[in-house]
Design a protein around this ligand. Structure first.
Ligand code: PLP
Length: 389
């Protein structure tokens, strides 16, 4: 071949770095196009076969590695990545529901999941019904011939009820209906979802898996091949890709996941126990404490707790007063999400978010980060003084 022009040389260069480079981090592969060695290789390649590559959206060595590691944490078999936890939730809805179908959603569900379901009801002809998260085996009476999916959240990440997942799953399984669990609170570490009967696990990797408060990602994990294939079709059709750099950030968080989770757990329990002793607080909604609905279920089924819990203030305090309390905190940021090193605190108007909420005290949610719990307690103690100001 004649000597290439400078321009072509800029695009095609013969240098290939030597193979065999060894290092601990998983390489970050950026790619839209994936190259085939021949047309025959291209024609024979199936995008669903994860023994090889077809296109950036269908996976790279970086995303395949994260999928495999996440599936292993949950003792699942298959994993699909989505650009946020909410996208993972939406993908499950879209994969399993069509017009005329019925879906059951718990009252303690992550609020954007509720909003998505209501959108399906309003514009896509899906019937959506809400159930008491403490319904247990009573869910059997709610299952209809056209029920195609039951969602659960253990515990709900604001009001913190711990549902009886084995009872819900047993009733749904008897009717051949899959149960999808938002298992974000336990990070897949403190609750073995599949062993308790769950069919589909959803994780917001944005939280503990990343641990850095710097990335958004979600995952859907399954054991059942047929369910995985159905969700995978929705994943492909919706074009849900994740960035190689974000995937790397989540992979980097995984080796320390359990150490961080255990630290959040210990810190959360210390702060929750202290709050329980305070006269300003009517109820501490931490699954490891008896105030929390479903506490006995948590004791039976869980091996740990996340750093996220809520409190209900005594009803003598107005929203204005509890807002002042939050504004007075110095070590707690005011913001959504959780699972990072920094503690956070947010108020929720829980009575307006859902039905079936009794009581009028202000609900405030704490995410205990990785600071020393004694410093967090001292901070809360000084902020509580602002209540009376
Ligand atoms: C944060 C969260 C999600 C959604 O995750 P994003 O990545 O923020 O979209 C879903 N479920 C629960 C319980 C969450 O806390």
């Amino acid at each position: 071949m004649a000597k290439k022009s400078v321009q072509t040389g800029l695009v095609h260069n013969d240098y290939l770095a030597p193979a065999g480079f060894g290092a601990f981090p998983v390489p970050i592969h950026h790619a839209s196009t994936v190259l085939f060695s021949s047309v025959a290789a291209m024609r024979s390649r199936n995008w669903q076969d994860k023994s090889a590559y077809t296109y950036g959206l269908h996976g790279t060595p970086t995303t395949f590695t994260l999928e495999a590691r996440l599936a292993a944490i949950e003792s699942g078999k298959h994993c699909l990545l989505a650009p946020s936890g909410l996208a993972a939730i939406a993908m499950v809805h879209m994969a399993l529901l069509r017009s005329g179908d019925d879906v059951l959603i718990p009252e303690n569900v992550y609020n954007p999941n509720r909003d998505f379901a209501n959108w399906m009801a309003r514009d896509f002809g899906v019937q959506v019904r809400y159930y008491d998260p403490l319904v247990g085996a009573g869910i059997a009476a709610l299952l209809l011939d056209n029920t195609r999916l039951v969602w659960a959240e253990a515990p709900g990440s604001v009001s913190m009820e711990v549902p009886d997942i084995p009872a819900i799953c047993q009733a749904a399984r008897a009717r051949g209906i899959p149960v999808a669990l938002d298992n974000t609170w336990s990070a897949g570490l403190a609750f073995a979802a599949f062993d308790h009967g769950v069919d589909i696990v959803m994780q917001a990797l944005t939280k503990y898996q990343s641990g850095g408060s710097d990335v958004l990602m979600g995952a859907v994990i399954t054991r059942d091949e047929e369910l995985h294939r159905r969700i995978e079709m929705a994943h492909m059709r919706l074009g849900l890709g994740v960035s190689a750099d974000d995937t790397f950030l989540v992979l980097r968080g995984l080796p320390t996941l359990k150490l961080r989770f255990d630290a959040h757990d210990a810190g959360g329990r210390a702060v929750a126990a202290w709050l329980k002793s305070r006269p300003e607080i009517a109820r501490v909604l931490h699954p490891a404490l008896p105030d929390c609905p479903g506490h006995e279920t948590w004791k039976r089924d869980f091996t740990g707790a996340g750093g996220l819990f809520s409190v209900v203030f005594d009803e003598r305090y107005s929203e204005e007063q509890t807002d002042r309390f939050i504004d007075s905190l110095r070590l707690f940021g005011i913001g959504f999400s959780w699972g990072g090193a920094n503690s956070l605190c947010v108020p929720y108007r829980i009575g307006q978010m859902r039905s079936g909420w009794a009581g009028s005290g202000q609900l405030v949610r704490f995410n205990v980060g990785l600071e020393d719990p004694q410093d967090l307690i001292a901070d809360i103690e000084q902020a509580l003084r602002s209540l009376e100001g």
